[in-house]
Design a binder for this molecule. Structure first.
Ligand SMILES: Nc1ncnc2c1ncn2[C@@H]1O[C@H](COP(=O)(O)OP(=O)(O)OP(=O)(O)O)[C@@H](O)[C@H]1O
Ligand SMILES: [Mg+2]
Length: 239
């Protein structure tokens, strides 16, 4: 469960990238974050994850005020999983090694059991356990990144563009894996996406950011039909 209140944040002194964001993600909900390039989507995920601290406002995970808790402590103590936009797997390591790194804070036996569980959840990982991550296809790599983040059984999962660069068929497979995750694991998922239509298709709700603020929010189905979506975000694609 994520709750963000009036969040302001930025990198350079005096320049706010996020400017008063309010956002909620409930248990077992999939919520998509949309918006044009550079509007602050990854920055918001980085703030929730703890790579960047708020200038103002609060971030709660499952009711705890964690605005100033760094990412490594959130992963270890706040049941947070984070899949960044780029470099989300260790390319030189095998699939198994990547998963084991995800489970590094677990007891070794629990880690092995969880690895087995995730191999059952995502058979593609089981088939490629000893392959180097570098040899995986784009879709397989995204599923490995998801699997790695899921190793410690997070209750909050942040995904930054899990379908980036994937063909429509593979994109559908990755989204199916995400939906599957929501069904099998009780986890609140906040996902940044550029493939708006497809992402809304598997989401409960969405937020559209523009210039560091929430420009539009509502149930995914409703947003799919909202003409303001076209204006704000879909542009020519929906024309
Ligand atoms: N480490 C950084 N230092 C300084 N400025 C940054 C840093 N990371 C991002 N920014 C700036 O913050 C703004 C928002 O970037 P962010 O990565 O959050 O956008 P985004 O919505 O995720 O875009 P995209 O869709 O292209 O991934 C941009 O103007 C970017 O240049
Ligand atoms: Mg981004």
């Amino acid at each position: 469960m994520i709750s963000v209140k009036e969040l302001t944040a930025g990198y350079t002194p005096g320049i706010d990238i996020l400017n008063g964001i309010d956002l909620e993600v409930g248990r077992a909900e999939i919520v998509t974050l949309l918006g044009p390039n550079g509007c602050g989507k990854s920055t918001l995920l980085k703030c929730i994850a703890g790579y960047l601290f708020p200038r103002q406002g609060q971030i709660y995970l499952e009711g705890d005020d964690v605005g100033r808790t760094p990412v490594h402590l959130k992963v270890r103590h706040c049941a947070l999983g984070f899949v960044p936009q780029t470099e989300n797997v260790f390319a030189a390591l095998s699939v198994r090694e990547n998963l084991l790194i995800g489970g590094q804070f677990l007891h070794p036996r629990a880690c092995q059991e969880r690895l087995q569980q995730l191999c059952e959840l995502y058979p593609v990982l089981a088939r490629k356990l000893d392959a180097a991550a570098a040899s995986l296809s784009g879709g397989e790599r995204q599923i490995l990144a998801l699997g790695r983040a899921l190793m410690p059984s997070p209750r909050t999962l942040l995904l930054d563009e899990p379908s980036a660069g994937l063909s429509p068929k593979v994109l559908a497979e990755v989204f199916e894996a995400i939906e599957h995750t929501r069904r099998k694991e009780v986890v609140a998922i906040l996902m940044v996406e550029q493939n708006a239509m497809e992402a809304l298709g598997i989401s409960d709700r969405a937020y559209v950011l523009a210039q560091g603020q929430v420009a539009l929010t509502g149930p995914a189905r409703q947003l799919l039909e909202d003409p303001r979506m076209r204006e704000l975000y879909l542009g020519d694609r929906a024309a």
